[in-house]
Design a protein around this ligand. Structure first.
Ligand SMILES: [Cu+2]
Length: 251
């Protein structure tokens, strides 16, 4: 009897939970937890919250369109992850590296890609299946040595997005080759112009449409709301503003 009542209570609570979970909730995704990615270091306090931005609270949510090479997914609140000059801890490794993903939602998976610079050093197929949590991959670092930044990318099968983690490595313990200083291409959210002389207002776009080139700062309407473009891109079906927070912010 008691059990039944409990079950009934749980059932009754379910619709309420669904209602209070925002659409596209940022809380349920994944990141590389071992070796500690930049996101993981933020979450466990290795790097100060003041420096980390949102990654402190949601290490799993550096989400952005597929095909990027960065640590934040070009997701504004996660931009500090792209800053190579923060005091990230470096993992010493040989040529073989095992990485563990922690998932807070097991999205069906297209594949995983691992890059050093523009070289893809690792690939693991996802077969459009849900991954186990956690999931560990072992990759070979392709002959790279010294200080390197490894991009770990989880490509989701049923959305346009991917999740990004960066792991700072010292390969073969050498520290011999110093990587060229990486120019951080953080795409900051468009800032409101402070200089009053530059009064070029962002072009007021019309209604959002697919296969259209949008510039950062441009606004469009979609579904009765107005959105501002975060970074220049050409729109595609499926990239409707409410779907891709990395590209559009609601105003
Ligand atoms: Cu998710």
């Amino acid at each position: 009897m008691k059990l039944m009542r409990k079950a009934a209570l749980v059932m009754a609570a379910v619709p309420a939970i669904v209602l209070i979970t925002p659409v596209g909730s940022a809380s349920a995704h994944g990141y590389v937890s071992s070796p500690a990615s930049r996101s993981a270091q933020c979450a466990r306090g290795d790097v100060s919250v003041d420096l980390c931005g949102q990654a402190k609270y949601e290490p799993q949510s550096a989400e952005g369109p597929k095909g990027l090479k960065n640590c934040s997914g070009a997701n504004g609140p996660f931009a500090p992850l792209d800053n190579d000059s923060l005091p990230w801890k470096v993992t010493n490794t040989g040529q073989t590296l095992s990485l563990t993903w922690t998932f807070t939602a097991r999205h069906s998976t297209r594949d995983y890609e691992y890059f050093i610079g523009n070289t893809r050093v690792g690939y693991v197929a996802g077969n459009n299946q849900q991954p186990n949590n956690p999931t560990t991959h072992t990759i070979n670092l392709g002959g790279f040595s010294g200080r390197q930044k490894l991009y770990a990318i989880w490509n989701i099968a049923d959305t346009v997005n991917a999740f990004y983690s960066c792991i700072d490595l010292n390969i073969n313990g050498g520290g011999g080759t110093t990587p060229p200083p990486t120019t951080t291409t953080t795409t900051p959210p468009p800032t409101t112009t402070t200089s009053s002389s530059t009064t070029t207002p962002p072009p007021a776009g019309g209604t959002w449409a697919a296969n259209t080139s949008y510039a950062a700062g441009q606004t469009v309407t979609y579904g009765g709301s107005t959105y501002r473009c975060r970074q220049a891109h050409t729109s595609l079906n499926g990239w409707e503003p409410p779907n891709v927070a990395a590209l559009w912010e609601k105003v």
